[in-house]
Design a protein around this ligand. Structure first.
Ligand SMILES: NC(=O)c1ccc[n+]([C@@H]2O[C@H](COP(=O)([O-])OP(=O)(O)OC[C@H]3O[C@@H](n4cnc5c(N)ncnc54)[C@H](OP(=O)(O)O)[C@@H]3O)[C@@H](O)[C@H]2O)c1
Length: 323
């Protein structure tokens, strides 16, 4: 049996992506086979398309991608379950994250959970990677508590739009930093204060923050520390993208090193894709506290165009692919 998949045999621009008929995945006993109805685009997919930053290549493949299939976030319907799967069944509507999501079928294990009942497949596919990063960044690494003041720098993209809503759901006072065209969006997501970074420098303001989720990574430690409470926690999520060798790593590691002798904590992490946290996100979504923001929808064949837009670095919310 074959399926249609978007793939690339070598690293490059979106022009290297091809639509092909390939063998269907064969799930193991602990896995489920999902008929993908929608997938979403993450910065991560841009990295695995272009093979940048180079430092990630020992994992993704040195000279070319180890796997020609790619894509991560998906939502769809379970087609079949392996012999050892007892908690999911054929017909269940699910969402999750697993390599190879830009295809008609994907196999998945721990990174799959029942989809929020109040979302379409397209909306649900937007949630996993960005939503888990925002949740784990604020709750586990930021240790955000009710009443604390959090700054979300880069509030209008995939991770940021979830972070503003999750921070509000955790009871925080939220300041969102974004550009002019996204100010109204950030307000509509519940931000208490919105700073337009093209007009105002948040590191020169009066407010002091307990937690900073630094998605944009646009400010140096010297600038950032001016607006931190003495015990603040700073969670760098992303950073400048011009360094093709090391990506945002020098910025993130530099921030951590410079903060070592300070009373503040700087903690970076890679999001864990777990069913437990997909279930936590489902609860927040079904309670009406969090809703994905979709900027634009594309057909599977239009994936190169969606990735080109992602590569420009100014996505508003999420870009979604209907499969
Ligand atoms: N650690 C992890 O596990 C993990 C997981 C997911 C993502 N990430 C990283 O997180 C970063 C963001 O991911 P994403 O999915 O949210 O990206 P995205 O959807 O492309 O969003 C980027 C956003 O950044 C904003 N932005 C750009 N320059 C800015 C600046 N100087 N100040 C404030 N905002 C600015 C843009 O808004 P404007 O158009 O308004 O400028 C855009 O909305 C990436 O570097 C990604 O690699 C890390």
């Amino acid at each position: 049996m074959t399926m249609k998949a978007m793939m690339r045999e070598r690293y490059g621009s979106p022009a290297v992506i091809e639509s092909r008929e390939v063998d269907m995945p064969k799930p193991e006993d602990e896995e489920v086979l999902v008929r993908v109805r929608a997938a979403s685009v993450n910065r991560f997919d841009w990295y695995s398309l272009t093979g940048t930053p180079w430092i990630a290549r020992p994992m993704t493949g040195l000279r070319g991608p180890k796997s020609s299939l790619f894509g991560a976030d998906f939502a769809g319907t379970i087609e079949s379950v392996g012999a050892a799967v007892t908690d999911l069944q054929a017909g269940d509507e699910v969402y999750g994250c697993r390599d190879g999501a830009y295809a008609e079928f994907v196999q998945a294990k721990a990174g799959v959970a029942l989809k929020p009942a109040n979302l379409t497949f397209e909306e649900a596919a937007c949630v996993p990677m960005a939503g888990l990063t925002a949740l784990q960044g604020l709750r586990d690494h930021g240790k955000l508590e009710t009443g604390q003041h959090v700054l979300v720098n880069g509030a209008s993209g995939g991770v940021g739009t979830f972070a503003v809503q999750i921070a509000k759901a955790l009871g925080a006072e939220v300041t969102a930093v974004c550009s002019t065209r996204n100010v109204e969006l950030a307000r509509s997501l519940g931000a208490d204060h919105v700073i337009d970074y093209t007009r105002e420098d948040f590191t020169r303001g009066e407010a002091r923050f307990d937690v900073v989720l630094d998605i944009a990574g646009s400010r140096s430690w010297r600038e950032l520390k001016r607006v931190l409470q003495p015990e603040a926690r700073v969670i760098p999520i992303g950073g400048p993208k011009k360094n093709r060798l090391l990506g945002p790593l020098p910025h993130m590691a530099g921030t951590r090193l410079k903060a070592i002798r300070s009373s503040r904590t700087v903690m970076f992490f890679v999001a864990k894709i777990t069913r437990e946290d997909l279930n936590a996100l489902r609860e927040l979504i079904e309670d009406g506290k969090v809703k994905p923001v979709v900027e634009k929808r594309f057909a599977l064949s239009e994936l190169p165009e969606a990735l080109r837009l992602m590569g420009e670095g100014h996505a508003r919310g999420k870009l979604v692919i209907s499969v």
